[in-house]
Design a protein around this ligand. Structure first.
Ligand SMILES: [Zn+2]
Length: 209
């Protein structure tokens, strides 16, 4: 999942307003940031799969450290402890929910490639097999969460810009033609996008309107 994770970031921002959006954005995408970094380091393996379905072009083959439920429970608990210690309990709760939410959104769409423990017991409800439905559901989730965040906010303009930009990149991912990409290229591209979105969220945090 892609922008759907940022929808969770918006909802957390609405509930825990004192936590900056950029940090929430990192938390909800932290698992993929880890995965793509691990792929570049040769620790985890994803492969390109030529497919007309835009959601099935990345096969995740070996992702025990970033995408197993067991690793995610440990990871989110560690995040909780760290932010409880350096900030307060609310920060710990919000950011650990952000981290853990990623796995639970991913299993809705992934096709049986999300391990429960290390590299075994793989699950996934496979919504991605129906790309149009998956696209509409994820996009609606994202837009609704953005609307919910901005509904009673006075900081609108920059957030609207962020929402539009994320929508465009999600749309262009969905509608882009099939093109051979190495796992390293896909990883660098994704990490760059996440960095840009985090920077934009920081820009939203700083804005007065
Ligand atoms: Zn993921």
């Amino acid at each position: 999942m892609f922008v759907g994770h940022y929808g969770v970031g918006f909802l957390l921002k609405k509930r825990f307003n004192e936590i900056p959006l950029w940090l929430l954005f990192i938390s909800v995408q932290f698992v993929d940031i880890l995965a793509f970094s691990f792929v570049l380091l040769g620790i985890e393996i994803i492969k390109y799969n030529p497919s007309a379905n835009p959601f099935l072009r990345t096969i995740i083959e070996y992702v025990p450290y970033s995408h197993s439920l067991f690793a995610n429970l440990i990871l989110s608990f560690t995040v909780f402890l760290i932010f409880w210690r350096i900030k307060n309990k609310l920060w710990g709760i919000a950011l650990s929910i952000g981290v853990l939410s990623h796995w639970f959104l991913d299993i809705l769409v992934h096709v049986s490639d999300m391990p429960l423990f290390h590299n075994s017991l793989k699950v996934g409800m496979g919504l991605w097999k129906f790309p149009l439905i998956a696209f509409i559901i994820e996009f609606s989730m994202f837009i609704l969460a953005g609307f919910f965040l901005l509904k009673s906010s006075h900081k609108i303009k920059r957030h609207i810009f962020l929402i539009i930009l994320l929508s465009i990149s999600f749309g262009s991912m969905y509608f882009s033609p099939e093109a051979e990409a190495t796992a390293a290229m896909a990883s660098i591209f994704s990490l760059t996008l996440y960095t840009v979105f985090t920077a934009l969220a920081y820009w939203c945090d700083r804005g007065k309107n």
